[in-house]
Design a protein around this ligand. Structure first.
Ligand SMILES: Cc1ncc(COP(=O)(O)O)c(C=O)c1O
Length: 465
């Protein structure tokens, strides 16, 4: 095993005879796999020979062979560099979260994202600068539940904006909601739970996260009043709900059902996870408050910066019942689930200075206008009216049958418009053909300058002729 100086290239050559051949093979493999990118300059033959304990002639011969094979090229004045050969990709994992739309895709109306082009870069950059100008203590190993400044800022924020009952000790900062849910699933499993209850339809990735944590999901049918608590299992479970704005149907959990969910958790020793993923965005009236204050000992309130700022920020927060905190802290330690300190400090600063609220207010106006334009355009082209309340970053457009939905999603894709469907994108627990079809349209996703084009394309796609 030798190390090529200056390149940080690890080569397994072994000992004994045939080390020239081994060098050739190791370099060939490094180029073929993409580990050595095209254009990478190799060390000189003299220093490489000294490093590897080979004669210079052996290295020269190996280089010549690889040049002849087209893996390397000699460049006058620069020595030997890696040729421009495409790396052989490892087999692809099936994508679970939508990959960013490439330029060829054109118009991105997939749900689950805000307009990331509107990210408040200047306030964020100032917040990062102030964070770095402060004490170095947060740069040490700290409490995995989060830095005190952010936990305090979030406790005050969710109490003020969502009516959550939170003190800083209850707040746990996570790398987004998804990580928080994965950790909670493991806590619930440790506490003896073996299943979850999740709305049907719902975001498929969350069901997968719960199943991976040992809590396969039973479906909770959704109607105009939100998830039906009558379908909650008779026994301990973790129930994942989106009460303020059901994802993806867009309805609000009815008051009697809110009470019934809490009553179920008390009776069955269950945990309710309230996914408040877009609770900041309600356009027709004040948002309904959180479910959590009905029983802070049973309900975990969960928020995220993914819709308010950008998913790439990867910061979320949980407000955790006292009885779960020690178990959750243990899981966070076990997973090394700390959130980067500078990002935590920056978000705390953004909230404390009011920049976060200002950004959310500005985006609320922008998304409200987009939604109104979308509703008007659908009416103008004779398409069905969107379901659900005026809120959030996406809406559901009923398509009747599964078949009609799938055909529309496919036609959209051919026209360069990316959007989701209840069947096509896995929202139903079981996508049997009798389930209604609907498009799930993320109207917040395009950048402001691309919105009009997106609206026109969607209008043409859904025009009834
Ligand atoms: C229903 C729902 N909840 C929560 C989230 C936020 O997840 P995260 O904070 O991990 O980005 C999303 C994002 O797509 C979502 O669709």
């Amino acid at each position: 095993m030798s190390h090529v100086r200056g390149l940080d290239l690890h080569l397994e050559l072994g000992e004994g005879r045939g080390r020239g051949r081994a060098l050739e093979a190791a370099l060939r493999e490094a180029v073929r796999s993409g580990r050595l990118a095209p254009g990478t300059r190799l060390p000189g033959t003299r220093s490489l020979a000294a490093d590897l304990g080979l004669s210079r002639g052996t290295v020269v011969q190996a280089f010549s062979q690889l040049v002849a094979e087209g893996w390397l090229v000699g460049v006058a004045g620069s020595g030997t560099v890696v040729a421009d050969v495409p790396a052989v990709a490892a087999p692809a994992e099936p994508a679970r979260r939508p990959a960013p739309a490439g330029p060829a895709a054109g118009i991105d109306l997939r749900p689950g994202r805000p307009d990331i082009a509107a990210f408040p870069r200047t306030p964020w950059a100032s917040a990062v600068r102030r964070a770095l100008a402060g004490s170095v203590a947060p740069l040490d190993y700290t409490d995995p539940a989060g830095l005190p400044a952010l936990r305090a800022a979030l406790a005050a924020h969710v109490a003020r904006t969502r009516g959550v009952r939170a003190d800083p000790d209850a707040v746990v900062v996570t790398a987004g909601f998804t990580q928080g849910l994965a950790l909670l699933a493991r806590v619930a499993h440790r506490l003896g739970m073996r299943r979850s209850a999740v709305e049907d339809p719902s975001f498929p990735e969350h069901r997968a996260v719960l199943a991976a944590g040992g809590l396969p999901a039973v479906p909770l049918p959704v109607d105009d009043g939100g998830a039906d608590p009558a379908a909650l299992p008779d026994g301990q479970a973790l129930a994942l709900l989106t009460p303020a704005h059901q994802h993806p149907c867009g309805v609000v959990l009815a008051p009697a059902r809110r009470a019934a969910v809490v009553e179920w958790a008390r009776r069955c020793d269950g945990i309710v996870v309230e996914d408040d993923y877009d609770g900041e965005f309600r356009y027709d009236r004040q948002p309904v408050g959180a479910l959590q204050p009905l029983d802070p000992d049973r309900v975990v309130f969960a928020g995220s910066a993914s819709k308010t700022l950008a998913p790439g920020v990867r910061v979320g927060w949980l407000v955790v019942p006292r009885a779960l905190r020690a178990e959750l802290a243990a899981e966070m330690e076990a997973f090394g689930a700390w959130v980067p300190a500078v990002d935590q400090l920056a978000l705390a600063d953004l909230i404390a200075r009011g920049d976060y609220d200002r950004h959310v207010r500005r985006m609320r106006l922008a998304y409200r206008a987009r939604r109104q334009e979308l509703v008007a355009r659908l009416a103008a082209v004779g398409a069905p009216a969107p379901a659900g309340v005026a809120a959030g970053l996406h809406t559901l457009v009923p398509m009747g049958s599964a078949e009609h939905e799938r055909r529309t999603v496919a036609a959209a894709e051919r026209a360069g418009v990316l959007l989701y469907g209840l069947h096509a994108s896995g929202f139903w627990h079981e996508a049997t053909p009798d389930r209604p079809g609907a498009l799930v349209i993320g109207y917040a996703t395009p950048p402001a300058h691309g919105w009009r084009r997106a609206l026109d394309a969607l209008g043409e796609l859904l025009r009834v002729r």
